[in-house]
Design a protein around this ligand. Structure first.
Ligand SMILES: [Zn+2]
Length: 65
């Protein structure tokens, strides 16, 4: 599931933007979907925008139980 944000919506929810490992993630900077995913953050391969991972501080299995 994915959602496209308007500029106004981005301003409102920007602090909530996270990378969701089990979803398609559109870059808020350029709209592309290719990411370099690390342990705690994901970085856009095209423009370098970095997002925190949604479950960076939770056990990995939590999402799947
Ligand atoms: Zn980007």
């Amino acid at each position: 599931m994915s959602k496209h944000f308007s500029r106004t919506e981005l301003d409102c929810v920007g602090y909530r933007l996270v990378y969701r490992a089990n979803e398609v993630n559109h870059c808020p900077g350029c709209g592309k979907m290719h990411w370099f995913v690390g342990r705690n953050s994901a970085e856009c391969a095209f423009c370098g925008t970095a997002l925190p991972l949604q479950n960076a501080k939770l056990p990995e299995l939590t999402e799947w139980v």
